[in-house]
Design a protein around this ligand. Structure first.
Ligand SMILES: *Cc1c(COP(=O)(O)O)cnc(C)c1O
Length: 218
C-alpha cells in the first residue's frame, strides 16, 4: 500500500476520533527494507523513519541524510547500553528506554552533549516474559528514577501481544501517560494504527503496510 493511502487513513482516523488534523505523526519503519523502497518513500517527500537496529541505521542514514536533507530517524528497537552513545548521535528519538542502566547512560550522555534525543519509555503492557519494556506496575517508579536523573521523558511506547486485541493495551498506555502527565504515545503498527489513533496515539509506527513485507536474510 502506498504512503499516500496510509496518510489518508491516518487523516480519516484523526477525524473519526475528533482529533486535530496532523495530530498523529507517521513513522515509516524502514528496518531491513531494500534501499530502493526507502528511497522511493524519501522521494515521495516523507521525512520521518523508524529503525530497529543501530548498526543497520548507522550504515544507511548518514548517506541518505546527505542526499535527501534533514530526515528524522527514530530508534524503535531494543537498545543495548553499549550502543547508547552511537544511538544518541544518530537518532532524533529513542522509543525503547526500559531500564535504569540505560536511563543512567542516556542521562550521562545528555549531560555531556547538552542535548538529548526525544525519549519514550517502553511499557510491556501484556507483561510478556520474552518482551522488552517496563512492567506496568513498575512504570511510575521508573519514571521517578528518570526524573531524579533529570532525564526528560516525552512519551510512552508499547507493542501489544501478538494475536490479542490491541485496543485494551492502547487504552492502558494512554491511561498511564495521562496519570504521569506525559503527552507522547507511540503505539499502533500496520495492523492496528487506526485503533491506536482512536486511543490517542501521537506516533504510529508503520512498516510493512508502506514498504511491503520484510524479507530477513537467512
Ligand atoms: C517492525 C516494527 C514496527 C512495524 O511493524 P509493521 O507491522 O511492519 O507495521 C513497529 N514497531 C516496532 C517496535 C517494530 O519493531
Amino acid at each position: 500500500m502506498a504512503l499516500s493511502d496510509i496518510s489518508t487513513r491516518i487523516a480519516a482516523a484523526e477525524r473519526a476520533a475528533g482529533r486535530n488534523a496532523g495530530a498523529v505523526r507517521l513513522i515509516a519503519v524502514s528496518k531491513v527494507q531494500p534501499l530502493e523502497r526507502v528511497e522511493a518513500v524519501l522521494e515521495g517527500g516523507h521525512r520521518l523513519f523508524g529503525e530497529n537496529y543501530v548498526q543497520e541505521a548507522a550504515g544507511k542514514w548518514p548517506d541518505l541524510r546527505a542526499r535527501f536533507g534533514a530526515v528524522a530517524v527514530h530508534m524503535i528497537g531494543p537498545l543495548q547500553t553499549n550502543k547508547a552513545k552511537v544511538a544518541v548521535e544518530l537518532f532524533d528519538a529513542i522509543h525503547t528506554v526500559d531500564r535504569p542502566s540505560l536511563a543512567e547512560k542516556l542521562a550521562r550522555l545528555a549531560q555531556d552533549r547538552g542535548r538529548c534525543p526525544e525519549l519514550f519509555v517502553q511499557v510491556n503492557t501484556g507483561a510478556e516474559p520474552q518482551k522488552a519494556g517496563v512492567l506496568p506496575d513498575d512504570l511510575d517508579a521508573f519514571l521517578a528514577t528518570c526524573r531524579g536523573m533529570d532525564l526528560p521523558v516525552q512519551g510512552l511506547m508499547c507493542i501489544p501481544p501478538e494475536g490479542e486485541d490491541s485496543a485494551p493495551h492502547f487504552a492502558m498506555l494512554a491511561g498511564m501517560a495521562a496519570r504521569n502527565g506525559i503527552s507522547g504515545l507511540s503505539m499502533g503498527m500496520s495492523g492496528d494504527f487506526e485503533a491506536a489513533i482512536a486511543a490517542g496515539a501521537t506516533h504510529v509506527r508503520v512498516g510493512s503496510a508502506i514498504f511491503g513485507a520484510r524479507t530477513y536474510a537467512s
